[in-house]
Design a protein around this ligand. Structure first.
Ligand code: FMN
Length: 354
């Protein structure tokens, strides 16, 4: 359906990781790259798409967030400001003000996406508006939504998507949860994928904790049609992640991540650091999304530039110990070799009559 050679997708990762070079390298090695474009302007989406189209004829996807009804501006912000202020002081930054949230120019993002040459529009945090889905279809684009429970997968299928990403709780970055209780919706990939596969009539893409070809083979064994990997690609030289972020991931292990609302107000998995530990001790000081995201933005930008991982959102999944620093094309080729080797190893269990 996706017209790719191998069932390997580089996950969309909004926030500057997804460069054109990263996507081109994965595509040219036989996988498929997605641009996490939710924080990009229409112009930025056009620019990166132009670069990709100029350098590869292979299909790529764009990922956006459906527009969300914004939570009302919180009245009590003193606690939240107090909780982040020490970190701003340590970085010699002026204390943050809670500015009105600008939000994303969704209409421009969609306009640019429809004209980008991408063959897929994928999304997370809900269902795209009907008119957007219809417009994408008219352009011949496929639609892919993200689910963390069977109920969400069914809701996406009912809305008319072509495939569903089943995001297990091992995965890095924001949880895609949009229907159930976020805590109860933390289902591991091993349990989630087959349960989603069993109820859907459309293909399922496995995501969360897949770091090598064994993981890809496992996802296929569980009934998925493809595997989507995020964390594995962050340390690649083509990725736009800062050097300090890459180093932190390469040094961290499987027991060092937590799901936290500390940085954005929405649950996301990342490497534990001093900022998370401090905010987790005062959860009442964390504002809802997007206000918390705005509140920590200045700190995150400065910390990235200053190379200070203790103040950065180091989004990553539980597969951390398996991160490798390879070029994205070489990593994709390695994943292909590994899942083929895993399939060969497993084929001996398929012999015999009973
Ligand atoms: C840094 C980062 C940013 C992410 N941004 C997005 C995003 O913009 N859209 C999306 O659908 N998923 C996003 N994800 C989630 C991935 O699509 C995927 O579900 C996850 O990375 C899979 O788990 P893994 O990291 O263990 O491979 C992000 C993940 C990471 C690590």
């Amino acid at each position: 359906m996706l017209a790719i050679e191998h069932p390997i997708i580089k996950a969309p990762m909004a926030g500057g990781i997804d460069t054109a070079e990263l996507i081109i390298a994965v595509n040219n090695a036989g996988g498929m790259g997605f641009i996490g474009a939710a924080y990009n302007t229409g112009e930025q989406i056009r620019a990166i798409s132009r670069q990709i189209v100029a350098q590869t004829e292979r299909p790529f996807g764009i990922n956006l967030f459906p527009p969300e009804k914004q939570a009302p501006r919180p009245e009590k912000t003193a606690l939240a400001l107090e909780a982040v202020s020490p970190f701003y002081r340590e970085l010699s930054l002026p204390l943050p003000q809670l500015e009105p949230c600008k939000g994303f120019d969704f209409d421009r993002q969609i306009e640019a996406t429809l004209e980008s040459g991408a063959s897929v529009l994928s999304f997370t945090f809900g269902v795209m508006p009907k008119d957007v889905m219809a417009a994408a279809r008219e352009r011949g684009m496929l639609l892919i939504g993200s689910a963390t429970t069977v109920a969400e997968a069914l809701a996406l299928e009912a809305a008319g998507v072509d495939a569903v990403v089943a995001q297990g709780s091992e995965g890095g970055g924001h949880r895609a949860t949009f229907l159930g209780d976020p805590q109860a919706s933390q289902i591991g990939s091993m349990a989630l994928i087959p349960q989603v596969v069993d109820v859907l009539n459309i293909p399922v893409i496995a995501s969360g904790g897949i770091m090598d070809g064994r993981g890809v083979a496992a996802a296929l064994a569980l009934g998925a049609a493809a595997a989507q990997l995020g964390t594995a690609f962050i340390p690649c030289p083509e990725s736009g992640a800062s050097a300090v972020y890459k180093e932190a991931l390469l040094a961290a292990n499987e027991d060092q991540t937590v799901v936290t609302k500390a940085f954005s107000g929405k649950p996301a998995r990342g490497v534990r650091n001093r900022f998370i530990d401090s905010l987790e001790q005062q959860p009442e000081a964390i504002l809802p999304f997007p206000y918390q995201n705005e509140l920590t933005r200045g700190m995150r930008i400065a910390a990235g530039k200053a190379g200070k991982p203790e103040y950065l959102s180091l989004w990553a999944g539980q597969g951390l110990r398996s991160t490798r620093q390879l070029g994205a094309g070489e990593l994709t080729a390695q994943l292909i070799r590994e899942y083929r080797a895993a399939a060969r190893r497993l084929s001996r269990y398929g012999q015999g009559d009973s």
